[in-house]
Ligand binder design. Structure first.
Ligand SMILES: Nc1ncnc2c1ncn2[C@@H]1O[C@H](COP(=O)(O)OP(=O)(O)O)[C@@H](O)[C@H]1O
Ligand SMILES: [Mg+2]
Length: 225
């Protein structure tokens, strides 16, 4: 996959059937993201941010409309192809880092990608990434021996394993205090430049949004100016 085409979101809607009625989570959203660009998706709770990120990651399919990610036409891809794309071409960070409690930081970084590649080169890359997020001294720590900010940095390292060109982050600083949020944003900015990442980040924190190249605001599933 090359980053040549960026992300194209064309008239994308997502409706959920609920009881007899329908919830329109996204309503004819158009958006373009250039390769290497970082976009903050902002809007109140329930405005459709997570729904949009899920669709771009191929975790869900639109009710109508089309999404292309770096030249890949998601609407033409099978579940298997979408899974493969997620495993090789994008990293996902959630509000909660969801680390596995029985594993060390290093093992957590590797665990999600194990079926796809040999273990040896993964461990070397995971160590490099943990160093890049400032955790070289914490590789053998279990999650409960890490601070909240450190756990989220492990999640960031895990998302970047395999050097995916796209990072999707859904309220990644939602559980962090202002200082730790600042640290994570600075780190993300550095990694972006170093790795040439395209970043799609949902947030309702104005400081986090200000760190992006551009902001797209959602309200009631629609893009507002
Ligand atoms: N699986 C689902 N079934 C029904 N409604 C859903 C589902 N997922 C999300 N929604 C609804 O879609 C809207 C957008 O949700 P979401 O994308 O999670 O918003 P945000 O991330 O901005 O808080 C909300 O009204 C939510 O209740
Ligand atoms: Mg959400």
């Amino acid at each position: 996959m090359t980053a040549g085409h960026g992300i194209v979101i064309e008239s994308v809607s997502r409706a959920y059937s609920m009881g007899g009625g329908q919830v329109i989570a996204l309503d004819a959203v158009d958006m373009n993201v250039a390769p290497g660009e970082s976009i903050a998706i902002v809007g109140p709770s329930g405005s459709g941010k997570s729904t949009l990120l899920h669709l771009v990651a191929g975790l869900d399919r639109p009710t109508s409309g089309r999404i292309e990610v770096f030249g890949r036409r998601l609407w033409e891809m099978s579940e298997r192809e979408l899974t493969r794309m997620r495993a090789t071409s994008l990293g996902y960070v959630f509000q909660d880092p969801h680390l596995l409690p029985g594993l060390t930081a290093l093992e957590n970084v590797i665990a999600s990608r194990l079926p796809w590649r040999g273990r040896r080169d993964l461990a070397a890359e995971a160590r490099e990434l943990l160093a890049a997020v400032g955790l070289e001294g914490r590789t053998e720590h279990a999650p409960h021996r890490l601070s909240g900010g450190e756990r989220q940095r492990v999640a960031l390292a895990r998302a970047l394993l395999g050097h995916p060109p796209l990072l999707i982050a859904d309220e990644p600083t939602g559980n962090l205090d202002a200082v730790t949020t600042d640290d994570l944003l600075r780190l993300l900015g550095e990694l972006r430049r170093r790795l040439g990442l395209t970043v799609l980040l949902a947030t309702h924190d104005a400081a986090v949004a200000a760190s992006a190249d551009r902001t797209v605001r959602l309200a009631g599933g629609r893009v507002v100016a």
